[in-house]
Design a protein around this ligand. Structure first.
Ligand code: ADP
Length: 556
């Protein structure tokens, strides 16, 4: 039997084999078979005699590669344990020859390291046998990849299915909302069409988009007729300009909602007074999009207002006539009265026997009547002077009244009566107000005269006059301790000829009316409070003397 050619056999073994020296850490390659060279793209002559890790370093482009580290560890285990070491699947890329482009090629190995002992029992070599499992790993990876793809597709299909389901539900919901919208639109359209008030929808330029029945009825015109023209066609000529200005204001955005009162010409030629409340709708950029107008028929109200303005003008004219009459009559009446007075005195002195008591009594009646008549005429004259409207913005109206002076003047006139009645009059300091000193002296005179006249029989009259500032105005109070009156008459007593104690006390019923006219001339107010048997207080509120511009602005 001839000895086989071990070298040839070694080379012919189909599995890749490498023989290493146990010279840790170099592990010099001492032999590499053909299969090994093929699997590692090397030539045996290039690698034999060189260190294992020098020839097969880690792939620097694969940061996770641990091939050399694992192999080194396995070889060391062989040295230590002196037994075979089967390594787990390794990724240990190999260098591609420069002729084939250089770089590294992916390789997966299943290596087994087996010790070979020398005669002394020591490890002489290590056989490094590997299985190139790159294809297998790739296949496995591919299968895994395919599995992943299939799974992903399944998940995606599932997701799509879910999405289709959701979409269909959304579609259902949208359909429902659409239906609701349609119903609500129908409701609004019906409300618009049947509203008992005129409604119009136009473009911002006034082109009619929609009108309702009430609007057509109001104008007495058909839909076609109204849609054919813009609204100025049906507007009273005097109101066309103001209406245009009104719409421009709305369009310019000076206001979003506004109201105008204007006249329309109805289909039968009649005039219709209407109040149009309009709202300009705008998009998110502020551009006007639509105009909504609500039209109310206010013809009746306007007619009533006109009538009222006319019942007022006539009343004022009648008042003026009455005042003129009062003035003229009081003047003209004075003359014949004086004659009656003089001749009654003459009769009394010369022609009536002083012993004829009846005749004297009759003559006294005449004299009393004449006196009352004179008083009435004097009061009427005072009244017509007080109501002589004049120009409220005249210089006189601008004047300042010193109420202390007004009050003092009244006290002087009434000096005798005060003394006669034993009255006590206390007047506190009074302010300067808008008004005239002499006119306001009349007011004090009338109020003081009443306080003395309407006194309680057994109680000495006591009158207190004072003033306080209330809400920017001066309020003067004239308080007495007289007979008083029921509060229900507190307003009535200021009316012309209104008297509560007609028979018991002399008077004309004009005094308080005169006071009221004077006070009101200066934008003041007069009112009374009273308690029967306790006393009365008359209040006058007057404005502080101030500048005229301020007063004019307020009054307007
Ligand atoms: P007259 O000439 O009757 O006094 P006035 O206009 O001054 O007219 O007053 C109207 C009425 O108001 C009086 O008739 C009287 O009944 C009542 N009156 C006015 N002042 C007082 C007062 N100080 N106390 C009680 N009653 C008064």
């Amino acid at each position: 039997l001839s000895t086989p050619d071990f070298r040839a056999l070694f080379d012919a073994v189909p599995g890749p084999i490498l023989v290493l020296l146990p010279d840790d850490p170099t592990f010099t390659i001492v032999a590499a078979n053909h299969a090994y060279a093929q699997a590692t793209l090397t030539r045996p002559e290039d690698i034999v005699g060189r260190g294992m890790f020098e020839v097969f370093p880690d792939n620097p482009d694969d940061p996770r590669s641990a091939g050399t580290r694992n192999l080194h560890a396995s070889l060391r285990r062989v040295l230590a344990t002196k037994t075979s070491d089967t390594m787990a699947l390794q990724k240990h890329d190999i260098r591609r020859p420069e002729s084939e482009g250089g770089g590294f090629e992916e390789r997966h190995w299943s290596p087994v390291n087996t010790p070979v002992f020398g005669e002394n029992g020591e490890i002489a070599h290590i056989i490094h046998r590997v299985e190139n499992v790159t294809e297998f790993v790739r296949l496995t990876q591919k299968e895994a990849e395919q599995g992943r793809l299939t799974e992903e597709l399944r998940v995606r299909a599932g997701r799509m299915e879910a999405e289709v389901f959701l979409r269909s539900r959304e579609l259902d919901r949208a359909k429902h909302i659409m239906q609701q919208l349609q119903e609500s639109e129908e409701r609004f359209t019906a409300a618009f069409a049947e509203a008992p008030i005129g409604m119009v929808l136009t473009t911002p330029d006034g082109v009619i988009l929609e009108i309702n029945q009430a609007y057509m009825d109001m104008l007495g015109r058909s839909r076609a007729e109204l849609a054919m023209h813009d609204s100025s066609h049906f507007t009273h000529p005097d109101d066309i300009g103001p209406t245009r200005a009104f719409f421009e204001k709305l369009r310019d955005g000076q206001c979003s909602t506004a109201t105008i009162e204007k006249r329309y010409i109805r289909g039968n030629g009649d005039l219709l007074w209407a109040r149009a409340s309009t709202t300009m709708r705008r998009d998110s950029t502020g551009r006007p999009t639509q105009l909504i107008a609500i039209i109310e028929d206010i013809t009746e109200r306007k007619r009533a207002e006109d009538d009222l303005r006319r019942s007022n003008a006539e009343l004022m004219r009648a008042n003026r006539d009455l005042e003129e009459f009062a003035y003229v009559a009081s003047h003209d009446l004075q003359e014949p009265l004086r004659m009656v007075n003089i001749y009654t005195q003459l009769l009394l002195r010369r022609h009536i026997d002083p012993a004829d008591s009846v005749a004297r009594e009759h003559a006294e009646f005449i004299r009393g009547g004449v006196e009352r008549m004179e008083q009435l005429i004097r009061d009427l004259l005072a009244f017509s002077r007080a109501v002589q409207a004049g120009d409220p913005f005249s210089a006189a109206w601008d004047s300042v009244a010193d109420l202390n002076a007004s009050c003092a003047a009244a006290l002087t006139v009434l000096k005798d009566r005060i003394e006669e009645s034993g009255a006590q009059v206390v007047a506190g300091p009074l302010p300067a107000v808008r008004g005239e000193t002499t006119q306001l002296a009349h007011v004090f005179q009338n109020l003081l005269s009443n306080a003395l006249k309407y006194r309680r029989e057994s109680v000495a009259p006591r009158v207190i006059i004072d003033a306080e500032c209330r809400d920017g105005a001066f309020v003067v109070a004239v308080r007495d301790n007289g007979i008083g009156f029921d509060r229900q008459y507190a307003e009535g007593i200021f009316k012309l000829f209104k008297r509560l104690h007609r028979d018991e006390y002399p008077g004309t019923g004009l005094g308080l009316a005169i006071c009221q006219r004077i006070v009101e001339r200066y934008q003041g107010r007069i009112w009374a409070e009273s308690e029967p048997g306790v006393g009365s207080t008359f209040f006058i509120s007057l404005r502080p003397a101030g500048n005229r511009a301020h007063a004019v602005a307020e009054d307007r």
